[in-house]
Design a protein around this ligand. Structure first.
Ligand SMILES: *Cc1c(COP(=O)(O)O)cnc(C)c1O
Length: 368
């Protein structure tokens, strides 16, 4: 079976060396030596000011909304992983949806502006598949309307926009370090933060609000990364650049092989990480045909992001068609055409060739 992705693993001996050290120290979690070391290594690697490491990317979004004291409405995209919308609702906030730009798949700044009301207090934009949003336009809108700008940069590890780390844009950005991402700590996440008051508060929030042995300063939660996660990150970080290079070669190989049959996401990054291989089909209906045929041949692509998060069951109870309500035509359309093909560093080019032949067969047969 060829799956859409395969988690990277470092050489087992390297991970084992760290496990021995953890066994000796018996320090397993609570901002241990290796969480601190990984934090410093990541700040350096990503050339960002500061990172607060947490246990997963979803909690990172929740803490970002919490620490900025967001209230009321949050403008966001429906073309994303469920966590983006869930986190808004989990924090007791109201998601307000804006349509996407059909070329980059990212939230369209003009649509964002149309959705701003008196109740808006933040924009939660997603760098879809790690591909940067139009950050300058969003910044300008957020500034003009005095609302916060948060990026779900879950898939944007190491990505740059106009030669700047993409994590530097907006008030806060979050990363997911989940096993399926380009760089991972099994489960994990991070919040990129520029303001020291915020980073201090985030560190309290992730650890029950505990300031010292006898003082709980604020209402916190438990979002701590543990030492086993951290050492996975330390091991993986040594190889990540090389893995991204391999991903890039495969991405470009796909592009050469498939350009006659499908369309690709318009990349805006000055440096990209090639985390996904999204393609979309002109002829609606072909997506599902290709999907089933690949499955039959032992290849498992994924329809990221289908359905839109506005189709979640919990919205159905309200019996309002959110696609109509917020005019999400483009997101709806792309979601019906998109398919993420297998892409991971040790995928073989002959497997890409197999995918290519199946797509070619599916698209050619009906025409003749
Ligand atoms: C992976 C992902 C998340 C969730 O991150 P977890 O670490 O799995 O909680 C959120 N948003 C996007 C866009 C993602 O790709």
């Amino acid at each position: 079976m060829i799956t859409v992705t395969k988690p990277d693993l470092p050489p087992l001996e390297e991970y084992m060396e760290y496990l021995k050290k953890i066994w000796t120290s018996r320090w397993l979690t609570n901002n241990g030596e290796y969480v601190q070391l990984l934090q410093r290594e990541l700040v350096e690697h990503l050339s960002t000011k500061d990172l607060v490491l947490v246990s997963n990317g979803t909690l990172a979004i929740e803490l970002a909304l919490k620490v900025l004291e967001i209230k009321g409405e949050v403008i966001t995209t429906p073309f994303t992983f469920p966590a983006t919308t869930n986190a808004i609702l989990w924090e007791g906030l109201t998601p307000v949806f804006a349509d996407i730009d059909p070329e980059t798949f990212n939230i369209d700044p003009r649509e964002v502006e149309k959705r701003i009301t008196q109740k808006t207090s933040a924009i939660l934009a997603v760098h879809v598949f790690g591909n940067p949003c139009y950050v300058k336009e969003l910044q300008e809108i957020a500034h003009r309307h005095d609302v916060k700008l948060i990026y779900d940069a879950a898939a944007a590890f190491g990505v740059e926009y106009e030669y700047q780390p993409v994590l530097d844009y907006g008030d806060l950005s979050i990363l997911s370090l989940h096993a399926t991402k380009v760089f991972h700590t099994i489960e994990g996440g991070a919040i990129a933060v520029k303001d020291e008051t915020l980073s201090e508060k985030l560190r309290l929030l992730r650890d029950h609000g505990i300031k010292s042995a006898e003082q709980v300063a604020i209402v916190g939660t438990n979002a701590k990364m543990n030492e086993f996660q951290a050492v996975m990150g330390i091991c993986n970080l040594k190889y990540v650049d090389e893995k991204i290079q391999r991903r890039k070669r495969l991405y470009e190989y796909y592009k050469r092989k498939l350009s006659k049959y499908v369309k690709f996401q318009k990349l805006t990054a000055s440096k990209y990480n090639y985390g996904y291989m999204p393609v979309y089909f002109d002829d609606i209906g072909k997506r599902d045909e290709v999907y089933s045929k690949l499955l039959k041949n032992g290849i498992e692509p994924r329809k990221y992001f289908f359905p839109l998060t506005t189709s979640s069951d919990y919205f159905k109870r309200e019996s309002v068609d959110l696609v109509k309500k917020y005019d999400l035509r483009k997101a709806h359309d792309i979601s019906n055409r998109i398919l993420c093909l297998p892409l991971y560093p040790d995928l073989k080019t002959r497997d890409v060739d197999r995918v290519m032949r199946i797509i070619e067969d599916t698209l050619d047969t009906k025409e003749s």
